[in-house]
Design a protein around this ligand. Sequence first.
Ligand SMILES: [Cu+2]
Length: 187
Amino acid sequence: MTHLSTSDEGADHGEQTERRWAAVAVAILVLLVVMATFAALYHGAMPQSRVETADPRTLHLGGEFIESNLGSALEPDGTVTVRFIGQQYSFTPSCILVPTDTPVTFRVTSADVVHGFLIDGTNINLMLVPGYISSLGARFETPGERLMPCHEFCSVGHEGMWGRIKIIDKAAFSRMAAERRRLSCVE
Ligand SMILES: [Cu+2]
């Protein structure tokens, strides 16, 4: 009889442990659901603070990405801003000109679908999402020429979508910038 009662107690104890662990599992699930709900509501109510938008349907009609404003601009503070557009299946301008030893800011957008902007041999890598402006600061130490392939599959002509970037001496760039408002190396 004693033996039987001990085994009953054991079964009770087992069931209790099982319930406790089930409660832990349920608690983890509830916590995850609460976290996911909170994140969805929070980010839905507060978009990123530095998002800049550009309507892909009107890029060519006015604003920052109008054709006459594309290319490299020497700013009054001595830095350079490069603006260009990715579209199926090219970059405009297709050859980007930048100086050495100068802070360069890229401002890029897409006119149609998602494209990629990457400069070969550097860690410069952005996604170009229609509707948004992608921006990145860079600095080039040595002159040279690098490839700039689109690295997001953007449909059938994707493999033919690439541009070039030419890094030239700072003084030569300044001389060219004195003559033209926007520079590129498109021939
Ligand atoms: Cu592309």
